[in-house]
Design a protein around this ligand. Structure first.
Ligand SMILES: Cc1cc2nc3c(=O)[nH]c(=O)nc-3n(C[C@H](O)[C@H](O)[C@H](O)COP(=O)(O)O)c2cc1C
Length: 189
């Protein structure tokens, strides 16, 4: 399940990152899989609470994926004051770390749901939203995947955006394309 996780940095400020935990259909069990290199993992080592959000804002997801939020989105503390909930999410799940297996580069963190809520209905699918999600993943793989593969996949995804995007998806894709080009041109691929 792809969504946004909010953890707490060492200074207590919220960190928003897309993550794809493995879940059961009833969303009662979450297995987070952050890479050891991620700040999210370091935060979860220090503080066992986080909040996973189901969202439909593709621009927020795109910007959070590469750490380029233009502003901190509105959020509030959970009732036990252990985490942050994004105001504009569809559903949220406060998780407490139960078990960490860090024997691999991709860590497995089993979590229990300690609190949850619904804010509003999910907008719904469109192909552009999916394309932005895939493009956001590509943006986080610069330096891992060959530059040619990233450019080719991005070009393929663009067609779904042209056919089905609303303003939000168009802006998100525009942002990602520019970010990716700058990064690839600066030779970090
Ligand atoms: C849809 C989506 C799902 C992702 N899932 C994961 C994941 O499960 N584990 C992971 O380490 N990174 C995942 N990423 C990449 C991270 O979001 C990205 O590396 C981010 O910069 C990590 O931020 P952090 O270092 O602040 O934790 C995902 C990205 C996207 C766009």
């Amino acid at each position: 399940l792809e969504g946004l996780i909010v953890t707490s940095d060492a200074d207590g400020s919220p960190r928003i990152s897309p993550m794809g935990p493995i879940v059961d259909r009833g969303l009662t069990r979450f297995r987070l899989r952050p890479f050891q290199s991620s700040k999210t993992y370091q935060n979860l080592r220090r503080d066992s609470y986080c909040v996973f959000h189901i969202v439909d804002d593709s621009e927020l997801l795109a910007r959070a994926a590469v750490g380029r939020l233009d502003r901190t989105p509105p959020m509030s503390r959970t009732s036990r004051d252990t985490g942050w909930v994004l105001d504009d999410c569809c559903r949220w799940f406060e998780l407490r770390v139960d078990e960490i297996d860090d024997s691999q580069q991709r860590v497995e963190i089993r979590c229990n749901v300690v609190n949850q809520g619904s804010r509003r209905d999910f907008f719904g699918w469109n192909r552009a939203k999916h394309a932005v999600l895939e493009a956001a993943i590509l943006a986080t793989r610069i330096g891992i995947l060959p530059a040619g593969q990233i450019r080719a996949e991005l070009a393929r995804l663009q067609s779904a955006v042209e056919k089905t995007a609303g303003k939000q998806e168009r802006q998100a894709m525009g942002f990602l394309r520019e970010y990716i080009e700058v990064q690839l041109d600066s030779g970090s691929s």
